[in-house]
Ligand binder design. Structure first.
Ligand SMILES: Cc1cc2nc3c(=O)[nH]c(=O)nc-3n(C[C@H](O)[C@H](O)[C@H](O)COP(=O)(O)OP(=O)(O)OC[C@H]3O[C@@H](n4cnc5c(N)ncnc54)[C@H](O)[C@@H]3O)c2cc1C
Length: 460
C-alpha cells in the first residue's frame, strides 16, 4: 500500500490532524493499533476545555490552549458534538491561595484569556451554592467548557473519513523504514505502508515510535483516577471547580459532565506501565478527600463508574513536542500531549499542517498542500431519543420513517435500536459493545449494560 501521509494514533490528536489535513489534496492514512479510535488517553480524562490561564505563556501549551479554546463552539456545532461553556472556578481558601489566584489571572491575561475575574464573598456562593463554605476566593474563567472527549475524537475521525482519510484499525506501527535519511515506509502488523511523511501521534507510545528513528525522549506515565456518578448528581455544581494547581497537576476537580453526570478526580502519581489502568482503593480515597475540599457533601451511592487515565508525561520536560525530527526527514513528532492536550487539539492540528507544508517542500516537490474544492466541514444531524424528550411528535415522525427508532434498547440512557444500527454503519464503524457504548451511550447508565448488553450484542 502507498500513501502520502501516515498518522500513527487515533486519539484526539491523531484524528484532529487527520481532519485538518483532509482539507488538502493528499492521500492520508491513519493507523490505530486498537479496534476503535479514542481507545487511549482520549477516553480517560476530565473532558475539560480549559480556558488557558494555567500553562505558562511562554510554552506551546499556553499558546495553543487559548487559540483552540476559541474554536470549540464552531467545531462542535459542525461535528454535532455536545459542548457546554459552563465556566470554571479555581478556588482558594487563604492568603497564599489568593496570591496564586492573582498569578493565574496575570498569566491567563498574558496568554490572551478574556473575562477572567477574581470573585470573593457572597458572589462566590451565588455562583456555586454547594461550594465549601470555607472558600474565600476564586478565579472565574467563563470561557472554560465541558465536552465528551471520546465523542469529539470519534466525530473528528468520522469527518476525516468523509473527506477521504483511510482509518485502519487494529493496525500497529512496528518499525519505520528509512532510506537516505528520509522516511520510506512504515511496517505494521498488516504489512508495509509506503509513505513519505509519518506523523507520530501515538500518545503514551510516542517515545517508542520516535526511538525507531533514533530519538531518545522518554514518556513516564502519570496516572489519574476518577469517580463518575449518576445523572441525578450532575447539577450538584454548575461550574468546573478546581483547587489551586501545583507545578505538576491542576488538582482534583469536581464538575458536571456534558451528559450531566458528576465527575470527581483525578489524582496524580507516576506508574511504570503504560497499560496500568487499574483504579485503586487508596487512589479513590485520595480523590474523595481532594474533591471534598471543594464540595463537602459528595455522593457515595449512585456510582456509575471508576476509571483511570494516563498522562503522557515526558521526563524532564513540561511542554508538548510538536516539531519535525532532526534525525529523519519526513517524520514529525507530536508527543508529550498531556493536559491541556484535549483543549489544544484543533490548534495542534493546524500547527502540524503548517509544519507539513515546510517538510513537504524539503522532501518532495510533488507533495504540495493544495486545498480541495469539496472539503465537507460538517457531520449531518443524527437523531438521539434523549434530545427529543420534549419534542415527542417530531420523534414520532422519525419512527414513521424508520421503525427501529421506536424500539428502546438501553433503558437507563434511552437509546433506540435505530441509534445503535447507525453507530454500526458510521464512517468509523462500531465493532464492539464498547464502541457502541461510546457512540450511543447504550450501557453507560445506572445498570452499566446489565439490561441492554445482550440486546446490543444481538444487533451487532
Ligand atoms: C487524567 C487525565 C486528565 C486529563 N484531563 C484533560 C482535560 O480535562 N482537558 C484537556 O485539555 N486535556 C486533558 N488531559 C490530556 C488529554 O487527555 C490528552 O492530551 C489527549 O487525550 C492526548 O491525546 P493523544 O491523541 O495524544 O493520545 P491518545 O488518546 O492516547 O491516542 C494515541 C493513540 O495512539 C495509539 N497507538 C499507540 N501506539 C501505536 C502504534 N504503535 N501503532 C498504532 N497506534 C498506536 C493508541 O492506541 C492511542 O489510541 C488529561 C489527561 C489525563 C491522563
Amino acid at each position: 500500500m502507498k500513501t502520502d501521509v501516515v498518522i500513527i494514533g487515533g486519539g484526539v490528536i491523531g484524528t484532529a490532524i487527520a481532519r485538518e489535513l483532509s482539507r488538502y489534496r493528499l492521500d492520508i492514512t491513519l493507523i490505530e493499533k486498537e479496534d476503535d479510535v479514542a481507545m487511549g488517553t482520549s477516553k480517560g480524562n476530565s473532558g475539560i476545555i480549559h480556558a488557558g490561564y494555567d500553562a505558562d505563556f511562554k510554552t506551546l501549551k499556553g499558546k495553543l490552549n487559548i487559540k483552540s479554546n476559541l474554536k470549540f463552539d464552531k467545531l462542535c456545532a459542525d461535528l454535532k458534538v455536545p459542548f457546554k461553556r459552563i465556566g470554571s472556578l479555581v478556588v482558594g481558601f487563604n492568603e497564599k491561595d489568593f496570591n496564586k489566584v492573582k498569578d493565574l489571572k496575570v498569566n491567563g491575561e498574558k496568554n490572551g484569556v478574556k473575562n477572567l475575574e477574581i470573585i470573593t464573598g457572597d458572589k462566590l456562593f451565588r455562583l456555586e451554592a454547594n461550594l465549601n463554605p470555607q472558600a474565600k476566593y476564586a478565579l472565574y474563567a467563563p470561557s472554560a467548557g465541558i465536552i465528551s472527549p471520546y465523542e469529539l475524537t470519534i466525530a473528528l475521525a468520522d469527518n476525516a473519513v468523509i473527506n477521504g482519510v483511510k482509518v485502519l484499525l487494529e493496525t500497529e506501527a512496528k518499525d519505520i523504514i528509512i532510506e537516505k535519511g528520509q522516511t520510506y515506509g512504515i511496517l505494521t502488523n498488516k504489512g508495509l505502508i509506503e509513505t513519505r511523511v509519518i506523523i507520530n501521534a501515538a500518545g503514551l507510545y510516542a517515545d517508542e515510535m520516535a526511538k525507531l528513528i533514533g530519538e531518545d525522549f522518554k514518556i513516564k506515565p502519570l496516572k489519574g483516577e476518577y469517580r463518575l456518578f449518576d445523572k441525578q448528581w450532575g447539577s450538584l455544581v454548575g461550574h468546573i471547580l478546581f483547587p489551586i494547581p501545583t507545578k505538576l497537576t491542576k488538582g482534583i476537580l469536581v464538575a458536571p459532565t456534558v451528559h450531566n453526570n458528576l465527575l470527581i478526580g483525578p489524582n496524580s502519581y507516576q506508574v511504570e506501565e503504560k497499560d496500568d489502568l487499574a483504579t485503586t482503593e487508596v487512589g479513590i480515597n485520595e480523590v474523595y478527600s481532594g474533591a471534598r475540599k471543594l464540595v463537602l457533601h459528595l455522593p457515595h451511592q449512585d456510582l456509575v463508574a471508576s476509571f483511570t487515565g494516563l498522562r503522557a508525561n515526558i521526563e524532564g520536560r513540561d511542554d508538548f513536542i510538536i516539531e519535525p525530527s532532526k534525525k529523519v526527514k519526513g517524520f514529525i513528532n507530536v508527543a508529550g500531549i498531556k493536559s491541556p492536550g484535549l483543549s489544544s487539539a484543533p490548534a495542534i492540528a493546524e500547527m502540524v499542517s503548517d509544519i507539513l507544508k515546510e517538510v513537504a517542500k524539503e522532501i518532495s516537490p510533488q507533495l504540495e498542500l493544495n486545498y480541495k474544492d469539496n472539503f465537507t466541514e460538517t457531520l449531518s444531524d443524527q437523531p438521539r431519543f434523549t434530545e427529543y424528550a420534549d419534542k415527542i411528535e417530531r420523534w414520532q415522525e422519525i419512527i414513521e420513517r424508520d421503525s427501529d427508532y421506536g424500539e428502546i434498547i438501553c433503558r437507563c440512557e434511552k437509546v433506540s435500536k435505530g441509534e445503535i444500527i447507525r453507530a454500526i454503519h458510521q464512517p468509523v464503524p462500531a465493532r464492539s459493545l464498547d464502541a457502541i457504548k461510546r457512540r450511543t451511550r447504550a450501557g453507560m447508565g445506572r445498570c452499566q449494560g446489565g439490561f441492554c448488553s445482550p440486546r446490543v450484542l444481538r444487533i451487532l
